[in-house]
Design a protein around this ligand. Structure first.
Ligand SMILES: NC(=O)c1ccc[n+]([C@@H]2O[C@H](COP(=O)([O-])OP(=O)(O)OC[C@H]3O[C@@H](n4cnc5c(N)ncnc54)[C@H](O)[C@@H]3O)[C@@H](O)[C@H]2O)c1
Ligand SMILES: O=CCCC(=O)O
Length: 498
């Protein structure tokens, strides 16, 4: 389905170059890559196809900016981040238009993402002046011990397309607050939002070289190996799939980098018989179908206790039938396209596999060629079983599989059977069960009686093969700091003259 792209209020936010050392530049090779609108398949524009040489140039710029930036006070960095936050808020409509254009999510969701993304700058502007160390009572007589927090150095950041703004600000915010400088590789599918953020960084007065954005599509792996092999880069923070996370961890081994990895999920979503069905359905709609199922914390396996199974399935199906799928710019649209044809193929494969093994489609189950090649109907399948592909792999698309279960112990075992452990959700009115199950789930984040857990104030991250490290919250800045211990010897002498 065709749609027209609403014009930006500030056309200068749409860049076709990238931002390195405070300047807008092309790739040294002159090469570019094309970026397409997932809703129409039409070309949005091109961006520089950068390679090892360009990445090294960006690392050099970040290294040159580090000595002076790392010596600014927390209060000075706080003001810069606050200014960047204010500019994001002022330009929220334009950034949302760019997100919808290159990612496909509906404008209402894109606006929500801009607020979420900007809030990381606001949050870390408040953390920047508060990187306290400790004064430690020493064991050795005559010693005095204290710690200071210092920036880790130049950081390499790699983020995915599903939140073109928020995944970047969730890393750059704490990095700058800590006094680090960064080289960020923006996602190949959604580089324009990142470029608009860089333009706002420039306007906010962030010094040249502090924020550098490398763009690439075909050369992505080359850029990744340059960042991980560099001895200048002291830390890599990556958000993306578990497979790429493993590769980057191997590549980082030779230089023993500090790492933070926010990787794939396969979230269990459990509804107990004693839950409020309406609350559980609202939670499932929010958790499963946010961004058409393309978030790492989306419910993937919905476990519904047998006593409530039919009632939940019916109410959930009724809600999903109300969705309106189409171009993210059109009025009243609740769900947009998937990012590309590979995403559609994975969704299709999971649905076909479930149906072949006895799953019954309650709603959806088909592609939507009348809208475009990247659209798939929001889908619910009941009578799911443990052997189905959707149970073991993150679908990353708009398919909800309903698994029946009998006991609390059984469902927790099933929930924990995944290799990954990012988010988990459950619904119950029994307060003792709430504590019990929250403590038993092997995940980094638990939602009880809610399907939405993302909050800049709350620590975001996983366990098992969902990675390590936490983003947002008061601990998010620690990922970009080192704790230096200082011991003063020969202290504690008697007062002079005594
Ligand atoms: N835990 C989290 O916070 C979180 C958040 C969002 C997405 N994710 C996960 O990300 C995945 C979806 O995103 P995706 O398909 O774009 O993931 P992906 O791993 O393919 O790509 C993520 C980023 O890594 C880059 N990349 C890919 N190969 C690379 C390489 N060899 N070297 C360096 N960079 C490389 C991509 O260009 C992109 O910018 C899902 O598994 C999802 O769960 C996790
Ligand atoms: O896709 C992963 C990030 C989602 C979020 O931050 O809510």
């Amino acid at each position: 389905m065709e749609h027209s792209v609403p014009p930006l209020n500030d056309k200068s936010l749409l860049k076709h170059q990238t931002y390195i050392n405070g300047k807008w530049v092309d790739a040294k090779s002159g090469q570019t890559f094309e970026v397409f609108d997932p809703a129409t398949g039409k070309l949005i524009g091109t961006m520089p196809e950068m390679n090892k040489e360009d990445t090294e140039e960006a690392i050099k710029a970040a290294a040159a900016a580090l000595p002076s930036f790392s010596k600014t006070t927390g209060r000075e960095r706080s003001k810069m981040l606050r200014k960047w936050y204010d500019l994001m808020v002022e330009n929220a409509d334009d950034i949302a238009k760019l997100i919808t254009w290159e990612n496909g999510k509906p404008m209402a969701d894109a606006k929500g993402e801009v607020t979420y993304a900007a809030n990381f700058f606001e949050w870390f502007s408040e953390e920047a002046p508060r990187t306290y160390g400790d004064v430690i009572p020493a064991t050795v007589p005559g010693n005095r011990v204290y710690t200071i927090k210092q920036p880790v150095g130049v950081c390499g950041l790699i983020t995915p397309w599903n939140f073109p703004a928020a995944m970047i600000t969730r890393k750059i915010g704490p990095a700058l607050a800590a006094g680090c400088t960064v080289v960020a590789k923006s996602p190949g599918e959604t580089p324009f939002t990142a470029a608009a953020l860089a333009e706002l960084a420039h306007r906010a007065g962030i010094p040249p070289g502090v924020v550098n954005i490398v763009t690439a599509m075909k050369n992505t792996a080359e850029v990744g190996s340059t960042l991980t092999a560099s001895t200048t880069i002291k830390k890599v923070s990556f958000t993306g799939s578990t497979g790429v996370g493993r590769l980057l961890m191997k590549q980082s081994a030779d230089t023993l980098k500090k790492l933070s990895f926010e990787l794939g999920g396969n979230a269990p979503f459990i509804v107990f018989d004693d839950a409020d069905v309406d609350v559980a359905v609202a939670g499932a709609v929010a958790s499963k179908f946010r961004s058409s199922g393309q978030t790492c914390v989306c419910a993937n396996r919905l476990y519904i206790q047998r006593g409530i199974y039919d009632k939940f399935a019916e109410a959930f199906t009724a809600k999903v039938k109300e969705f309106k799928v189409g171009s993210g710019y059109a009025e009243g649209i609740t769900h947009g396209p998937l990012i590309h044809d590979r995403a559609v193929s994975k969704v299709e494969a999971h649905v076909q596999d479930a149906v072949k093994q006895g799953g019954k489609v309650l709603v959806g189950g088909q592609k939507m060629p009348e809208l475009g090649s990247n659209y798939y109907q929001p889908t619910i399948i009941r009578d799911m079983t443990e052997k189905m592909a959707l149970k073991n792999e993150e679908t990353f698309g708009p398919v909800a599989g309903l698994f029946p279960f009998d006991t609390e112990a059984e469902v927790v075992e099933q929930a924990n059977s995944a290799e990954v452990g990012l988010a988990g959700y459950f619904f119950s009115k029994d307060v003792q069960r709430c504590y019990r199950v929250a403590e038993a789930l092997e995940v980094g984040m638990v939602g009880i009686n809610t399907g939405l857990i993302s909050d800049p104030a709350a620590p975001f991250g996983g366990v098992k093969q969902s990675g390590f490290g936490r983003e947002g919250s008061r601990v998010g800045i620690d990922e970009y700091l080192i704790t230096k211990m200082v011991t003063l010897g020969g202290m504690g002498q008697p007062l002079q003259g005594s």
